[in-house]
Design a protein around this ligand. Sequence first.
Ligand code: AP5
Length: 215
Amino acid sequence: MNIILLGPPGSGKGTQAKMLMEVYTIPQISTGDILRAAVANQTALGKQAKECMHKGALVPDELVVRIVEERLKERDCGRGFILDGFPRTVAQAEALDRLNIKIEAAVNVEVGNDELMKRLTGRRTCRTCGAMYHIYFNPPRRDGVCDTCNGELYQRDDDKEETIQTRLVVYEQQTNPLISWYQKKNIVYSVDGIGTVQEIFGRITEALKKAGLSA
Ligand code: AP5
């Protein structure tokens, strides 16, 4: 069961991938999370990725493809995986094809730019467990503190308004073309990304059923 989550920054890919992971018992592979960990740990990869991420630009294809290729060899991917934030360019999608990995569904979560801006500027993430909050839509019980583990909540470096604008433009130019690329393979399932997290989860699981993928 190999699934791709497509959709612009802030459309809820990470939120939904974590829920899908529980239900389908396959791992979420988020290239953004892997890259942020590399930046935080100041690894060689992190040093190469940092500047691009800070500006809201994409990290070079060859770096990201190498990360994903290695990750997909791990045992937990044996039953399938959810790719969150990869591929992001046609070159990355072509690289995935070259690995001979069959993708059954590319779920495209649709959300307009005004809503994306609200979601991203208000997002807060737990430094310890990665739980996600939103200062208006899903606030923690205590300001700045994770409900689950009491970890510190932080705002992502690239969630500043100006950087978000850049990320949205980069999405339109470099990632949006993947929708028609996967449409040619007949595996795109578009879902309305406006509504509660649970409503959207329901739409995605329905779409996956249509693709022949049940939990
Ligand atoms: P990445 O981490 O992948 O960021 P992104 O694609 O920009 O996506 P986000 O994580 O910002 O949003 P999301 O869709 O996951 O939404 P979320 O669930 O968090 O990439 C970051 C950077 O890394 C890139 O800019 C690039 O530099 C680099 N990179 C990564 N992958 C790469 C690749 N393949 N190639 C090259 N470079 C790469 O939700 C957002 C907020 O909304 C949260 O606060 C959440 O609580 C809230 N929310 C979610 N659902 C709802 C809802 N239904 N209603 C209200 N609020 C909601």
